[in-house]
Design a protein around this ligand. Structure first.
Ligand code: HEC
Ligand code: HEC
Ligand code: HEC
Ligand code: HEC
Ligand code: HEC
Ligand code: HEC
Ligand code: HEC
Ligand code: HEC
Ligand code: HEC
Ligand code: HEC
Length: 335
C-alpha cells in the first residue's frame, strides 16, 4: 500500500499536540477539570509525546508488519471507511493526519520492540487507561450525539467506545447498521435479549428498528438514556397518533405509556404490562360493573355470575378507545 509519508517535523508536533487530549486547550470539557470531587485523585496528565516517538513512515511502517486479513482485523478495511478518507482533513488519513498513530498513539518504540505492551491496543489490558482511550476518540468526536457522553450511564459504568465500535472489521462496523446493532447491545444486555424474544415485542429482532430508535447509546440526561426528554415523547416520535389532541383523553395515556405497556417485550398481546381486566383494575374499581369474565364455572348453567362481555378483550370489548376518543359521545372511551 502506498501511503504518503505523513508530515514535516513542525506539522508532526502540531498533530502530536492534537493527539494528546489532556494537553488540549479545552479545560472546561476535560473530565478531571470539571469534576471537583475527582480533582484531588486525578492523575497528572501524561507527558506529551515527542515527534520522534512516532514511527518514521507513518502507516507504511505499521503496514510493513500488519498487512494481514482476518475476522476481526483487516488492514484494507480501514481504507474503505471514513477514517481512511484522505480527502477529509479531519480524518486520521487526511493531510497531516497521524494515520494509524492518531488512534494507536506513538508507535516508534513498538515498531522496534514488536511487543503489544508498547502500543495502545484498545484492549482491556492496554497500556492506555480506559478514560484516555475514550478521550482519543472524543478528541475528534466530542460533538453531535456525544455531547451527552459524560452524563450517560455507559460512561459511568466504564464502557469503552470500542466495546461497541469496530474500526477494522472487514464487513464494516456492525453497531452502525440497523440490522446488526442490537446484537452488539444484547451481548451485554441479557435481560433485554429475552424480552425481545417474547411473543409481543418491538420489531428489533426483525431488523425493522433498533435500540437506538428509543435510546441514545452515547448518553442522554433522560431516564434510561431515552432519545427524548420524557418516555411519552420518545413513544410519540413513532406513535404520533397517540399524542392527540383528543376530545376525551384517558389520563394515564397522556401521563405515561408504561403504566400499561412494557417497552421491550411482553407475553401478553400489544406489549401489555398486565392482562385486562387486572390492567384496568389497578386503577378502576371492579364493583358495579361487568368485570369478572365467565369461566368454566360461570358459563350458563354454572353456579355463579360473570359477564360474557369481559371474555377475551375484557374491558376493551366495550371501552375500545383506551387511548382516548375524538367522538362527540366518546366520554366513556367506547367509540
Ligand atoms: C516490525 C514489525 C512491526 C511493526 C513495524 C509494527 N508492529 Fe504492531 N505488532 C507487531 C507484533 C509482532 C505484534 C504482536 C505482539 C504480541 O503479540 O505481543 C504487534 C502488535 C500490535 C498491536 C496489538 C495487537 C493485539 O492483538 O493486541 C497493535 C494495535 C499494533 N501492533 C499496532 C501497530 C501500529 C499502529 C504500528 C505502526 C505505528 C505497528 N503496530 C508497527 C509487529 C509490528
Ligand atoms: C480510528 C482509529 C484507528 C485507526 C486510524 C487505526 N486503528 Fe487499529 N485499532 C483501532 C481499534 C479501536 C482497535 C481495536 C479493535 C477494533 O475496534 O477493531 C484496533 C485494533 C488494531 C489491531 C489489533 C487487531 C486485532 O486483531 O485485534 C492492529 C494490529 C491495528 N489496529 C493496526 C492498525 C494499523 C496498522 C493502522 C493503520 C493502517 C490502524 N490500526 C489504524 C483503532 C484504529
Ligand atoms: C483524527 C480524528 C479521528 C479520530 C482520532 C477518530 N475518528 Fe472517528 N471519524 C473521524 C472522521 C473525520 C470521521 C468522518 C466523519 C464524517 O464524515 O462526518 C469519523 C467517523 C467515525 C464514525 C462513523 C463512521 C461511519 O461510517 O459513519 C465512527 C463510528 C467513528 N468515527 C468512531 C471512532 C472511534 C470509536 C474512535 C476511537 C477509536 C475514532 N472514531 C477516532 C475522525 C476521527
Ligand atoms: C453502547 C454502544 C456505543 C458506545 C459505547 C459508543 N457508541 Fe458511538 N454509536 C453507537 C450507535 C448505535 C451508533 C449509531 C446510531 C446513533 O448515531 O446513535 C453510533 C454512532 C457513532 C458515530 C457516527 C454517528 C455520529 O453520531 O456522528 C460516531 C462518530 C460515534 N458513534 C462515536 C463514538 C465515540 C467517540 C464513542 C466513545 C466516546 C462512542 N461512539 C461510544 C453505539 C455506541
Ligand atoms: C460492554 C457492555 C455494554 C454494551 C455493548 C452495551 N451496554 Fe448498555 N449498559 C452497560 C452497562 C454496564 C450499563 C449499566 C448497568 C445496567 O444498567 O445494566 C448499561 C446501561 C444501559 C442502559 C440503561 C441506562 C440507564 O440510565 O438506566 C441502556 C438504555 C443501555 N445500556 C442501552 C444500550 C444500547 C442501546 C446498547 C447498544 C447500542 C448498549 N447498551 C450496549 C453495558 C453495555
Ligand atoms: C420502543 C422503545 C425502546 C426500544 C426499541 C428499546 N428500548 Fe430499552 N427501554 C425503553 C424504555 C421506555 C425504558 C425505560 C423503562 C422504564 O424505566 O420503565 C428502557 C429501559 C432500558 C434499559 C434499562 C433497564 C430497564 O429495563 O429498565 C436497558 C438496559 C435497555 N432499555 C436496553 C435496551 C436494548 C439493549 C435495546 C435493543 C435491543 C432496547 N433497550 C430497545 C425503550 C426502548
Ligand atoms: C422508532 C420507532 C418507535 C418508537 C420510538 C416506539 N415504537 Fe412502538 N412500535 C414501532 C413499530 C415499528 C411497531 C410495530 C408496528 C407493527 O407491527 O405494525 C410498534 C408497535 C408497538 C405496539 C404494539 C405491539 C403489538 O404487539 O401489537 C405498542 C403497544 C407500542 N409499539 C408501544 C410503544 C411505546 C409504549 C413506546 C415508547 C416507550 C414506543 N412504542 C416507541 C415503532 C416504535
Ligand atoms: C390505560 C392503559 C394504556 C395506556 C396508558 C396506553 N395504552 Fe396503548 N394499549 C392499551 C391496550 C389495552 C391496548 C390493546 C388494544 C386493543 O386490544 O384493542 C393498547 C394497544 C396499543 C398499540 C397497538 C394498537 C394500536 O392502537 O395501534 C399501540 C401502538 C399503543 N398501545 C401505544 C401506546 C402509546 C404510545 C401509549 C402512550 C402514549 C400508550 N399506548 C398508552 C392500553 C394502554
Ligand atoms: C394508571 C391508572 C389507570 C389505568 C391502568 C386505567 N385507567 Fe382508566 N382512567 C384513569 C383515570 C385517572 C381516569 C380519569 C378519571 C376521571 O376523570 O374521573 C380514567 C378514565 C377512564 C374512563 C372514563 C371514565 C369517565 O368517567 O369518563 C374509562 C372508560 C376508563 N378509564 C377505562 C379504562 C380501561 C378500559 C382501562 C384498561 C384498559 C383503564 N381505564 C386503565 C386511570 C387509569
Ligand atoms: C359490556 C360493556 C362493558 C364492559 C365489558 C365494561 N364496561 Fe365500563 N362502562 C360501560 C358502560 C355502558 C359505561 C357507561 C355507564 C354510564 O354512562 O353510566 C361504562 C362506564 C365505565 C367507567 C366510567 C365510570 C362509571 O362507572 O360510569 C369506567 C371507569 C369503566 N366503565 C371501566 C371499566 C373497566 C375497568 C372494565 C373492565 C373491568 C369495564 N369498564 C368493562 C360498559 C362496559
Amino acid at each position: 500500500m502506498n501511503i504518503q509519508r505523513p508530515i514535516l517535523g513542525a506539522l508532526l508536533l502540531l498533530a502530536a499536540l492534537a493527539w494528546q487530549p489532556t494537553a488540549l486547550a479545552q479545560p472546561a470539557s476535560a473530565p478531571a477539570a470539571s469534576a471537583p470531587a475527582a480533582a484531588a485523585s486525578a492523575p497528572a496528565p501524561a507527558p506529551m509525546p515527542r515527534p520522534d516517538q512516532y514511527s518514521a513512515k507513518g502507516a507504511d511502517t505499521c503496514l510493513g508488519c500488519h498487512d494481514d486479513e482476518g475476522a476481526t482485523y483487516s488492514a484494507a478495511a480501514i481504507f474503505k471507511t471514513k477514517h481512511g478518507h484522505r480527502g477529509d482533513k479531519r480524518s486520521p488519513f487526511g493531510a497531516s493526519g497521524l494515520q494509524c498513530e492518531a488512534c494507536h498513539g506513538p508507535g516508534a518504540l513498538h515498531a522496534r520492540a514488536k511487543k503489544a505492551s508498547a502500543i495502545n491496543t484498545f484492549k482491556a489490558d492496554s497500556k492506555v487507561s480506559l478514560e484516555d482511550r475514550n478521550q482519543i476518540c472524543l478528541t475528534c468526536h466530542e460533538g453531535t450525539s456525544r455531547t451527552g457522553w459524560h452524563a450517560g450511564t455507559h460512561e459511568r459504568n466504564k464502557v469503552a467506545c470500542t466495546d461497541c465500535h469496530k474500526i477494522h472489521q472487514p464487513q464494516g462496523d456492525p453497531v452502525l447498521a440497523k440490522t446488526t446493532e442490537a446484537q452488539v447491545c444484547l451481548a451485554c444486555h441479557k435481560d433485554q435479549r429475552s424480552d425481545f424474544l417474547k411473543p409481543s415485542s418491538h420489531p428489533v429482532r426483525q431488523g425493522l428498528m433498533s435500540c437506538s430508535g428509543c435510546h441514545s447509546p452515547h448518553g442522554s440526561t433522560a431516564q434510561a438514556m431515552l432519545n427524548k426528554p420524557t418516555l411519552n415523547q420518545t413513544c410519540y416520535s413513532c406513535h404520533a397518533d397517540k399524542r392527540g389532541p383528543l376530545l376525551w383523553e384517558h389520563q394515564p395515556v397522556a401521563e405515561d405509556c408504561s403504566l400499561c405497556h412494557t417497552p421491550h417485550g411482553s407475553v401478553r398481546p400489544a406489549l401489555l404490562a398486565k392482562t385486562p381486566p387486572l390492567l384496568c383494575q389497578q386503577c378502576h374499581s371492579s364493583a358495579g360493573h361487568p368485570s369478572v369474565a365467565r369461566t368454566s364455572n360461570t358459563l350458563p348453567g354454572g353456579t355463579s355470575g360473570g359477564a360474557v362481555f369481559t371474555i377475551a378483550g375484557s374491558c376493551t370489548n366495550c371501552h375500545s378507545q383506551v387511548h382516548g376518543s375524538n367522538h362527540p359521545s366518546g366520554a366513556k372511551l367506547m367509540r
